[in-house]
Write a protein that binds this ligand. Structure first.
Ligand SMILES: [Zn+2]
Length: 390
């Protein structure tokens, strides 16, 4: 009875079905300003279960906008604090929290999720979450902000455009031109690049990073926990310190976060309802707080998108190579075409070495190889088109 009384006002909304909400599981990736807002909205509305994922702790500079945290929470994992706060707001919902990089979660967790909210502040992980959602056929809402600007994209796998469909125009150029590990790099290169960002490190430390495969600034920023497991405590601490210095610090405002999160939550609830709360929005909404303007951008599905294109899943994206080229040449082509920073090529049971010549490996026309990269959830199937078949 108390349950019905609690939701009484929203039950009056035409088309509302509380069961649709209370039987749903929503994953929120990134519990920052937008993640806090969406989690709070869904908690108050009475969603069934929330899964919170974030690998950060609360910092003083979060307190101007991440509304689930207070001064006494500084230093504690955001997911844990958020859960405690949300439970106080509504005891009827279930909350699970993972103080982890989303890429480290067990796949079985994703399978329990009805919808994913990506509220991240960096493109590499946003792209990974997009790939994961599309491949597992889970609807995705991606919300982000930059100062007085914010945007929201709804991805319904198989039906609407994904984040990569128009990546060439919508993903910033500097993110697309990911730092590649493909050229022969020396520890001195990384040391110099860090210095360009005003971070001074010992060459000895950089050599240790190279030993575990951390060769670029990109690798330091987004190296996954399993790589950090392979270095000793002292190096690990140093990496964390550099990561902190390299963290994107975009301008951000609470009211803008609240505005885009409000829209995101409404669209999310509509998706959970099917069509009973109105037509489900697909595409992109851009909010410009300077000129008080909302713009809806229609995004067509890109048939040859390397994440959601149908033929990519069945036949693989195509790439032209010559038999006398080496694996490293193929990797460079892949890196350039798909902006993968770290492609690894898998063929039959083998992981190919850079110096191997394609002819010697025995690759034939129309063979499928697989590209492993931090950009994708599953390896990308790639159909080899030989341009010099004898
Ligand atoms: Zn796509």
């Amino acid at each position: 009875m108390r349950y019905l009384e609690r939701y009484e006002r929203q039950l009056r909304i035409e088309g509302w079905d509380q069961d649709k909400l209370s039987n749903s599981t929503v994953m929120i990736v990134g519990v920052g300003a937008i993640g806090c807002e969406i989690a709070k909205n869904l908690t108050l509305m009475g969603v069934g279960e929330l899964i919170l994922v974030d690998n950060d702790v609360v910092e003083v500079s979060n307190l101007s906008r991440q509304m689930l945290f207070t001064d006494k929470d500084i230093g504690r994992p955001k997911t844990m604090v958020a859960r405690e706060r949300l439970v106080e707001m509504n005891q009827f919902i279930k909350i699970r929290d993972y103080y982890k990089d989303v890429r480290e979660l067990d796949n079985s967790i994703f399978e329990e999720v009805d919808i994913i909210c990506s509220c991240l502040d960096n493109w590499p992980v946003r792209r990974w979450v997009n790939s994961m959602a599309v491949e597992l056929d889970i609807p995705l809402i991606d919300a982000a902000m930059d100062g007085l600007y914010a945007n929201l994209q709804v991805v319904l796998p198989g039906k609407t455009a994904c984040l990569e469909c128009h990546g060439e125009t919508l993903i910033p150029r500097e993110v697309q031109l990911a730092e590649c590990t493909l050229r022969k790099r020396k520890p001195e290169d990384l040391k110099r690049e860090l210095e360009e960002q005003n971070i001074v490190v010992d060459l000895e430390l950089v050599k240790k990073l190279f030993e575990v495969g951390i060769k670029t600034v990109f690798d330091i920023k987004y190296s996954q926990a399993q790589i950090l497991e392979r270095v000793d405590e002292e190096v690990k601490d140093k990496i964390r310190e550099i990561q902190e210095l390299l963290k994107p610090k975009m301008p951000a405002l609470q009211s803008v976060a609240a505005a885009i999160s409000g829209l995101a939550t409404t669209e999310l609830v509509k998706i959970l309802h099917g069509e009973s709360l109105g037509k489900i929005f697909s595409g992109l909404i851009v909010y410009d707080g300077y000129s008080t303007r909302f713009t809806r951008v229609k995004l067509d599905k890109n048939k040859v998108c390397f994440v959601c294109g149908d033929y990519v899943k069945t036949e693989g994206a195509e790439i032209k190579v010559k038999l006398d080229e080496k694996v490293i040449d193929l990797k460079k082509k892949v890196a350039e075409r798909f902006s993968f920073p770290d492609p690894e090529i898998l063929y039959k049971k083998w992981r190919l070495e850079d110096d191997q010549v394609l002819r010697e490996i025995g690759i034939r026309n129309n063979d499928i190889v697989y590209v492993e990269t931090s950009r994708r959830f599953n390896p990308l199937p790639l159909k080899i088109l030989l341009v010099d078949t004898e």
